[in-house]
Ligand binder design. Sequence first.
Ligand SMILES: Cc1cc2nc3c(=O)[nH]c(=O)nc-3n(C[C@H](O)[C@H](O)[C@H](O)COP(=O)(O)OP(=O)(O)OC[C@H]3O[C@@H](n4cnc5c(N)ncnc54)[C@H](O)[C@@H]3O)c2cc1C
Length: 410
Amino acid sequence: MTTVIVGAGVIGTTLAYELQRRGRDVVMIERDAPGKGASFGNMASIAVTEFMPASRPSIWKQIPGWMLDPEGPVRVRPSYMPKLLPWFLRFIAASRPSVLRELEAQGAALCARVYDDLLPLLRDTSLESELTDVGCLSLYADEAEFKADREHIDILERFGFPHEVIGPQAIKMLEPEISDRIGMAVVFPQNRSVRDPYRLVVKLAERFSALGGQTVTGDVTGFERSEGMRAAILRDGRRIEANEIVICAGAHSARLADMLDEPIPLETERGYHTQIMSPGIAIKHSIIWPARAFMVTPTAGGIRVGGTVEMAGLDAPPDYRRSKVTVRRAKEALPNLTCENFTEWMGHRPALPDTIPVMSASRKTKGLFYATGHGHLGLTYAATNARLMADLMTGAKPPIDMRPYRINRF
Ligand SMILES: Cc1cc2nc3c(=O)[nH]c(=O)nc-3n(C[C@H](O)[C@H](O)[C@H](O)COP(=O)(O)OP(=O)(O)OC[C@H]3O[C@@H](n4cnc5c(N)ncnc54)[C@H](O)[C@@H]3O)c2cc1C
């Protein structure tokens, strides 16, 4: 049984490894190199406390104001608005209270099992040292900012995710570099981070190859089907035979799903990072400041600053003014942060309007599967996605109800 995985990001690579472990003969097809897509430059956070749908009113009601602010955390390029409209209408539809409650439970069900799946994967591949044991600090200037984020904390409490509210003294003990203007923080001990998300994918891809897995460099531009999947067709005409094909092409999956007559409302939420090699400070925790919408993560190659969402499609060039805004904001929290030796990067989060990934068998073609749309949490969900998809594909019973993640839910 040959399984072809299209896309060697963190989602495709972890699934390739898991299926191989379960006895499948797996071929990954990647048009660039493993880990060079969104998985290259994410904020490295195992962000188990961030499963809340972005469509909750407390967020989307701020979007019009943000859009008028060129430095706001969400930006829609005006020329892209008409294209975005159908996705945005679905996003608004996902903000009904009864729908939100369901989406929260579906996100929480995945986040609750993240370490059950991630730790064995890292142990099995001898990559435990890629994961830190330090959590994340969420910062608030004052009580009013904390109250504004109270809904987030309430949802975490409802699902039993641990956290601790701390004051200025405890903040200084944990992270002396944090500015005195920060009056409160919440510690999320489970939000550990990986030291280098790109290196993690590369190492997983190396383990996969060492165990006999094949990685083909090629751009999938078509498929061959007859009573099930037969082959993936590459731009240069090569034909890669398959009994099963899994679409793991991140934000590019929509184009492939269209070819397979199973359209999905997948958009790219473009995000930026600045990797500061000589930051002038050292921090242990990753840090978010919800009111300023940025994140800072200590990584193997220095301090990474990132965040924000830009809706502009897959093809528009990056606008690095957005990364400069996040660095400026990060300096408000970390006044001694210096930004001289740095690189900037933009990546495509694969975003579905209800914030919940598709992890599903095709409803139309035997032997076809989809694992995509992991949005802001693809690194967080990767090992869990691999576990659940492999269960689905090999006939094992998944430990959670998979119906919410089906492809034909839209
Ligand atoms: C700024 C930013 C910060 C983020 N921070 C976090 C975080 O802290 N924690 C977290 O959990 N998540 C985070 N994310 C989200 C996370 O990075 C993504 O959800 C995740 O990387 C998606 O993985 P993927 O494998 O689906 O996609 P990708 O990594 O994009 O991989 C898809 C691969 O498919 C290949 N491909 C596409 N089309 C074809 C084709 N036709 N033929 C062959 N190959 C193809 C691409 O070249 C690519 O390598 C962040 C994202 C961004 C942009």
